[in-house]
Design a protein around this ligand. Structure first.
Ligand code: G3P
Ligand code: MG
Length: 250
């Protein structure tokens, strides 16, 4: 059963604001969204930060890997200027800062654990452990719709997240739904499958739902596709085009 919102802003504000920034979260709010997906990885000192690429150069000026820098260095780096001059000064957020903003604004979170290669278990352990600590009250109050959903393409990260915080829900990210998906999902004890809308078909959607899992798609950027997926039984999706998804999905 899917207890979360029907539509989620991808990487914070999708493609209407610099991805994985507080400006993106403000953009989501401005478009009426109360749910976001974002990507989390570890800085050199093990502090989780919100970034998609495991290296600098695209959204953050500079060179090298994210894990070459401590969090204190990353949070001084500009993550907005690449997108537009009006976003200059937006910095790389800490995961804890993102959570604080989302909690203050009642935004539900799909936290994608995005480990750099070689850091799968460490990232799953740290992100799940910190999430559990930050949502202790919501967990204790048995209010699951207010607790983030952790997801990852990395089965090692999901396994580590499960060990660190067994009471947090997890979702398995699969670019394609291929034979063996159900056994993998059951072994990891996930509540949902998150998959690319590009490769999903109606039969696969039926199978996932019939097996009792939630079904979420990335990244759906027009209304007609959103309606088709809903008709197939897809529970929810994330979007880069917050402006093109009709209000009945929010
Ligand atoms: O979590 C869904 C989606 O964000 C996965 O792809 O590359 O945008 O993180 P990516
Ligand atoms: Mg992501």
């Amino acid at each position: 059963m899917w207890i979360y919102p029907d539509c989620v802003a991808h990487r914070g504000g999708g493609k209407l604001a610099p991805e994985n920034t507080i400006a993106g979260l403000r953009c989501a709010l401005a478009h009426g969204y109360r749910a976001v997906e974002f990507d989390v990885m570890l800085a050199r000192d093990g502090v989780p930060v919100v970034m998609h690429d495991p290296y600098l150069g695209r959204t953050v000026a500079g060179t090298g890997n994210v894990f070459d820098y401590d969090a204190a260095e990353l949070v001084t780096m500009d993550a907005g200027r690449w997108f537009g001059a009006q976003f200059a000064g937006e910095t790389v957020p800490l995961f804890s800062q993102f959570v604080e903003f989302c909690k203050a604004n009642a935004i539900w979170m799909n936290v994608e654990i995005k480990p750099a290669p070689g850091f799968e278990e460490a990232t799953g352990t740290v992100v799940a452990g910190l999430t559990r600590a930050l949502f202790g009250l919501e967990i204790a109050q048995d209010d699951p719709a207010r607790v983030p959903l952790l997801s990852s393409f990395s089965t090692a990260a999901l396994g580590a997240a499960r060990a660190a915080a067994p009471d947090l829900p997890r979702a398995l990210l699969l670019e394609r739904i291929a034979p063996g998906w159900e056994a993998q999902a059951r072994a990891l004890d996930v509540v949902a499958i998150h998959t690319s809308e590009r490769h999903l078909d109606a039969q696969q959607a039926r199978e996932v739902k019939a097996a009792g899992f939630g079904l979420f798609c990335y990244t759906v950027n027009d209304a007609a596709r959103a309606r088709t997926l809903r008709a197939w039984g897809v529970d929810s999706f994330c979007t880069d085009r917050l402006d093109l998804i009709p209000p009945d999905f929010r």
